[in-house]
Write a protein that binds this ligand. Structure first.
Ligand code: NAD
Length: 352
């Protein structure tokens, strides 16, 4: 086994930059040696954490000891830093959303290809347990053929009080959380998107969206409702899936939830009418216990390769990148289409 250590410098030592250090710590072949930030206080924090603080980005890029740059700055400067780093011969991991437009992203990919360097985006929520369970439920067909899914994250704390509230920095919730949920969605089906409708919410101000709802249809018939909210004092479930044989729900990141399916082993049992409000209903009565099966949500097995291990393996030509540039590009095109659908108040018929 090649026991070479790849040396990493974190550019942008804020919340996510320092979190990358923690995540990289247990990974054998890669280690953080330094940081660079435009704010002195952040540089001091980096030094206090035991890292070399570089005086400038140029100083980082001129250091031959540095193999990899992790970009964890606000979104507006990802492109400029990524291109400089690639041209200096470094491999690059960039935080999400990689760029604010899809064409900016293609400019980075062009440089990465020309310089023969590995460039990838930290779409870490592909490794989230709730998402991996959802993938397993769909593949296992416990609830038959999936025909509708709802994926949401909702909080009541507004947009964090930093650059995320500012348009010029690439703020707003569609770019921030939307990029994760849409990335997950596009891995759930091989089908192309057929249409996109959307509304953005501006409850907290007009500069950037504080949430959004988008309704997406796919050519294979799947429909998806994706929602992000920052003014929700009561949350809806994280995932709600409908299949031809049943329904699945995962309520939160604690993985509480269940799958309920029709029990094909018992003959159809007519539900008894129930009183609902001022009326009676048989249609909306709960199915009898005998006519359904209930399955618990099972924790997924640990993944054999982490995001960083895959990145190192890709540098060494042993694996394909887990997060492919064409997938990242497709998500950005979808985000642009959601902005367009919301701005024009129309359903956009487009193959994506
Ligand atoms: P933050 O504000 O906490 O940190 C950003 C840091 O970058 C600050 O210290 C700032 O001084 C520094 N900075 C700004 N411009 C710079 C420049 N030109 N050169 C060097 N440093 C610069 O923000 P954050 O929450 O850490 O977000 C950073 C990035 O990480 C964003 O792209 C964000 O979307 C992403 N992020 C990803 C996840 C995830 O789960 N993948 C979670 C949070 C944030």
């Amino acid at each position: 086994m090649n026991d070479r250590t790849y040396n990493v410098v974190i550019v942008g030592y804020g919340g996510m930059g320092s979190y990358h250090c923690k995540l990289i710590e247990p990974v054998q072949q890669i280690s953080v040696i330094g940081i660079y930030d435009i704010i002195d206080y952040r540089m001091e924090l980096g030094m206090a954490d035991g890292y070399k603080a570089y005086p400038s980005l140029d100083a980082v890029l001129a250091d031959d000891l540095v193999d990899v740059i992790v970009i964890a700055t606000p979104n507006d400067v990802h492109k400029e830093i990524a291109i400089k780093a690639l041209q200096a011969g470094k491999h690059v991991i960039c935080e999400k959303p990689v760029t604010i437009t899809s064409t900016d992203f293609l400019d980075i990919v062009e440089v990465a290809e020309k310089e023969n360097r590995v460039f990838t985006v930290h779409q870490n929520r592909r490794w989230d347990e709730d998402f991996r369970i959802i993938q397993k439920i769909i593949e296992g067909r416990t609830m038959g053929e999936l025909f509708h899914l709802e994926s949401r994250v909702q909080g009541a704390n507004g947009i964090p009080g930093d650059w995320r509230q500012l348009k010029n920095y690439g703020g707003g919730m569609l770019l921030d959380w939307g990029v994760h949920l849409l990335d997950q969605l596009l891995l759930i089906t091989d089908s192309q998107i057929e249409s996109v409708a959307a509304t953005l919410s501006y409850i907290l101000g007009t500069e950037v969206d504080d949430g959004f709802t988008t309704y997406i249809t796919f050519k294979d018939g799947l429909t998806a409702l994706i929602e992000v909210g920052t003014t929700n004092y009561v949350k809806l479930p994280r995932w709600y899936l409908k299949g031809t044989e049943g329904t699945a729900v995962i309520r939160d990141w604690d993985l509480s939830g269940e799958i309920i399916t029709r029990n094909r082993n018992v003959p159809h049992i007519e539900p008894k009418p129930i009183q609902a409000g001022q009326g009676l209903t048989k249609t909306m009565a709960p199915p009898s216990e005998e006519s359904t099966l209930k399955f618990a949500i099972e924790r997924p097995e640990l993944e054999s390769q982490s995001f960083y291990e895959n990145f190192v393996s890709a540098i060494e030509g042993k694996s394909e990148l887990a997060i492919k540039n064409k997938e990242v590009h497709r998500v950005l095109v979808l985000i642009e289409t959601i902005f367009e659908a919301a701005a024009t108040k129309s359903v956009i018929q487009r193959s994506i």
